[in-house]
Design a protein around this ligand. Structure first.
Ligand code: BES
Ligand code: ZN
Length: 455
């Protein structure tokens, strides 16, 4: 039996395995889930050992563990590094979920659960492809190294150091990552650009403790109000970021790439339909595709402080805080950007409050050449399964390891996704389209087979 037929005959088993994975609430950002992170890593280790990978190990880091495995018996064949992440985002707001986020539930061809698409389903696509190849041929057409981390959603903070100190064992010809989405079910999509990210927290304080707003209001600057005043100055009214120097290193879009991005079948109408927003927003001189993939942004991810319980409470809060993130494009340096924004925040802070900035994490953006042989393998694999050739797009999201793999190992990454735009990543009711999961497994099998031919 060939690998594709094996995968086809074992679809139910693959889906059950995915459900098992999804039942582990491996939320990297919440410390009360530390044991679940360990459990998820162990579960992955068992699956990899079970399918015949060698040197399967759980490597501890100062944060969550890395799962590593390899199989190097394809003598003379290229080596591929498969990356995925087993951590997931918190499920909040819980009330918005139609079924429990950690009880995978099938509805109308979709499997709903936190992490279904980002990234457990897409990671498992590769595990199942390897299983099918191993069971049908007794080995893989290429040498394989698996690198699965548990800190992607919190900035891959400990991964860079681990990669740096394991450069020899990680040596490979190319990396493959499925952690992105395709344009729609009919149109496979290879991502050739990702944005970088710089994440900070701003803390504002005034009085020693909360105050009665009737006694002190009007004489003590309300920290929530002050923070709003500061944040409101970070963009001008066209949506351009006002931080001095912020755009200095932005790689300009050449007319050729702009023309290409203009061909991506995505426009303001698609955006409004996808999101439900009443109107598009942002830099008017750039298209929505450009704004969301090739232009940098500054977002307020959350703001807190004061009283938000039931009913009314008259209070002048002592503190307020906001979480800000900057999406960056090549060649913006995430550390430099954090410094520029922090300095600007401190300049905007009035003397009536105290302001402190804390840096959380940083990651570089990436642009991947489209003419390398592994892209051809991915393109052909997609075309065989979907019946159409993939288009190439840049994405607005971030996968920090892509830049790290280039810097530390000198390798390019093929971003071959199997998610869909309506998978609700990081949002309530995240799901994976079950047919995309199956087609992903077949595409991955073909990719590995073709990789051995093109390299
Ligand atoms: N899977 C996403 C990245 C992504 C989203 C790629 C959409 C392509 C399209 C990934 O898991 C993610 O969310 N990454 C974080 C990284 C950050 C915490 C450094 C992100 O982009 O917010
Ligand atoms: Zn992801």
């Amino acid at each position: 039996m060939n690998a594709i037929a094996y995968a086809h005959d074992h679809r139910e088993e693959a889906l059950e395995q995915l459900k098992h994975f999804l039942r582990i609430p491996s939320i990297s950002t919440l410390s009360e889930h530390q044991e679940d992170m360990q459990r998820a890593a162990q579960w992955l280790q068992e699956q990899l050992t079970g399918l015949g990978m060698e040197r399967v190990e759980i490597a501890p880091t100062p944060g969550h563990p890395i799962v590593y495995a390899e199989w190097l018996q394809a003598e003379g064949a290229p080596t591929v590094l498969i990356y995925g992440h087993y951590d997931v985002q918190p499920p909040d707001p819980l009330k918005e979920w139609q079924s429990d986020p950690f009880t995978p539930t099938e509805r109308e061809g979709q499997l709903y659960a936190r992490g279904a698409s980002d990234d457990k389903g897409q990671l498992l696509v590769h595990v199942r492809a390897l299983e099918a190849l191993m069971k049908s041929a007794g080995g893989f057409p290429v040498n394989v190294k698996c690198l699965f981390e548990g800190e992607e959603e919190i900035g891959s903070t400990n991964l860079d150091a681990w990669i740096n100190s394991n450069r020899e064992r990680l040596a490979a010809d190319v990396a493959i990552i499925s952690d992105s989405h395709i344009l729609n079910e009919q149109q496979p999509t290879i991502v050739y650009g990702l944005r970088g990210l710089s994440y900070i927290e701003v803390h504002v304080e005034s009085a020693r403790s909360d105050l009665h707003s009737g006694i002190y209001g009007g004489a003590v600057h309300n920290p929530l109000q002050a923070l709003c005043e500061i944040i409101a100055q970070l963009h001008d009214n066209t949506g351009r970021i006002t931080v001095p120097g912020f755009y200095d290193k932005v790689r300009p879009l050449d007319p050729e790439e702009r023309a290409e991005l203009a061909r991506v079948p995505y426009n303001e109408d698609t955006l409004l339909e996808e999101t439900g927003a009443p109107m598009a927003w942002g830099e008017p001189e750039f298209s929505v595709v450009e704004r969301t993939t090739a232009r940098p942004t500054l977002e307020v991810n959350g703001m807190g402080g004061g009283f938000m319980g039931e009913g009314a409470k008259t209070v002048l809060p002592a503190k307020a805080a906001a979480k800000l993130s900057m999406r960056l494009v090549p060649d913006q340096d995430p550390w430099e950007i954090a410094t520029l924004v922090s300095e600007h925040l401190r300049k905007l802070a009035p003397p009536t409050i105290r302001l402190e900035v804390r840096e959380l994490h940083h990651g570089w953006g990436a642009i991947i050449p489209r003419d390398i042989p592994p892209m051809k393998a991915a393109s052909e694999a997609y075309e065989e399964v979907f019946g159409v050739r993939p288009i190439f797009v840049r994405e607005g999201g971030s996968i920090p390891v892509v830049a790290t793999l280039k810097k530390e190992l000198g390798i390019d990454t093929v971003l071959m996704g199997f998610g869909l735009p309506d998978d609700n990543l990081h949002a309530p009711n995240e799901k994976m389209n079950i047919s995309m999961f199956y087609r992903g497994i077949e595409t991955a099998i073909l990719f590995y087979q073709k990789l051995a031919e093109v390299m």
